[in-house]
Design a protein around this ligand. Structure first.
Ligand code: SAM
Ligand code: DTB
Ligand code: SF4
Length: 336
């Protein structure tokens, strides 16, 4: 069967897949870097071809976020407004009650979301936190929404409890390439993240895993992040590509802006290397402008966070998103 990979696209560097026994498909960092090196039209053509082979390119998934436990986090993630050690003005709150979460989920459903993602500013939840979140998951699931949670590092048994409560996806991002990670976070290791992802997989919960672009990483490090994601076996069902939201008070508040085409390239490379994944154009849309978002859809993004807020920062308002989709002839829907 011919694949998009074998299509006759002029390459300016040879792109080889590494052959590894048993692994479905391995991407060397060099092969991913070669995609980044393509002329923009070639890269977008390639990404759009893969996208069309796998999805209806007019469908965009709407996922809504809710911060169920905000702020006061002990970690030192340099980008994060919820880390207690940075003075960002985010007020810490306790875990929300089921009735409040139910209301928010119902509003999200009424507005057209199909996935509801609950985020908590924990390093790692305790057993009793997991029990409480399991109750929230069951509540949201009862509305017929797809459920997702992002709670930090999980221990043995946690993912199983969440799965039994009806959790469809667990979000845990690799965030950066391994060789940049230490510049961004020192309070836990890259391997900790991989361990949590393995536990999620092991419990039969689908994996939502991506990263952040625009933190001062090199293009090679963006390629390194995508190679890590694409080589997870299997690769994640859902891949959020976040653009750094520069938040006052965090160490990355003054980070120099990234060339927007580099962001689009990252989306395209994610699409090509993870053809069946939902690639989510995630944080940073409010600062991005409509034209760059349109390029991201062309590059293969088929999911967005929908709702006026991400976790603590802003997101385009829902009417602006509906208008944008309409102007582009795109439709809300779950890409099959
Ligand atoms: N505390 C949990 C954890 O870190 O796994 C879950 C919540 S945490 C806020 C989820 C993800 O949000 C992070 O992994 C990061 O990718 C993203 N994020 C946080 N702050 C961000 C920012 N300022 N810009 C872009 N993405 C951000
Ligand atoms: C993800 O990759 N991005 C979302 C979600 N997963 C949890 C979070 C973005 C957070 C942006 C900063 C904030 O609003 O606090
Ligand atoms: Fe805490 Fe998660 Fe923010 Fe890191 S990203 S500081 S773990 S809430």
């Amino acid at each position: 069967m011919s694949t998009a990979f074998e299509q006759p696209v002029t390459l300016h560097r040879s792109i080889e897949r590494e052959a590894t026994p048993a692994a479905a498909q391995r991407w060397s960092e060099e092969a991913v870097q070669a995609l980044f090196d393509l002329p923009f039209p070639d890269l977008l053509h390639r990404a759009q071809t893969v996208h069309r082979e796998n999805f209806d390119p007019t469908l965009v998934e709407f996922a809504t976020l809710l911060s169920i436990k905000t702020g006061g986090c002990p970690e030192d993630c340099s980008y994060c407004p919820q880390a207690a050690r940075y003075d960002t003005g985010v007020e810490a709150s306790k875990l929300m009650e089921p009735a409040e979460v139910l209301q928010a989920a119902q509003r999200a459903k009424d507005a057209g979301a199909t996935r509801f993602c609950m985020g908590a500013a924990w390093r790692a939840p305790k057993d009793r936190d997991i029990e409480k979140v399991a109750e929230l998951v069951a509540t949201v699931k009862s509305l017929g929404l797809e459920t997702c949670a992002t709670l930090g590092m999980l221990e043995d048994g946690h993912a199983q409890t969440l799965q039994e409560a009806g959790l469809d996806y667990y979000n845990h991002n690799l965030d950066s390439a391994p060789d940049f990670y230490g510049d961004i976070i020192t309070t836990r290791e890259y391997q900790d993240r991989l361990d949590t992802l393995a536990r999620v997989r092991g419990a039969g919960v689908k994996v939502c895993c991506g990263g952040i672009v625009g933190m001062g990483e090199s293009q090679q490090q963006r390629a390194g992040l995508i190679a890590q994601l694409a080589n997870l076996d299997p690769y994640p069902e859902s891949v959020p590509i976040n653009h750094l939201v520069r938040v006052k008070g965090t160490p990355l508040a003054e980070q120099a802006p990234l060339d927007p085409f580099e962001f689009v390239r990252t989306i395209a490379v994610a699409r090509i290397t993870m053809p069946r994944a939902r690639v989510r154009l995630s944080a940073g849309r409010q600062q991005m402008g409509d034209a760059v978002q349109a390029l991201c859809f062309l590059a293969g993004a088929n999911s967005i966070f929908y709702g006026d807020k991400l976790l603590t920062t802003g997101n385009p308002d829902t009417q602006a998103d509906l208008d944008l989709l309409q102007r582009l002839g795109l439709k809300r829907g779950q890409p099959a």
